[in-house]
Write a protein that binds this ligand. Sequence first.
Ligand SMILES: [Zn+2]
Length: 62
Amino acid sequence: MGGPCDEVFEGKTAEEVANMGGQHIMSSTDAAHKPMREQMAKSSKEEKDKWMVWFKGEWDKK
Ligand SMILES: [Zn+2]
């Protein structure tokens, strides 16, 4: 999903895949994922909602 690694997340819904990606990033400890961890940690609920809208749009293009 365009992250710092080649991890592929499979799910039936955009929410499912987004949650898996989020958990993967938050459970990482390496430097490659650090910018994304910090981005997620400081995002407000509004920003996360916006991202989810974008992600669902990308998902629907498939
Ligand atoms: Zn990763």
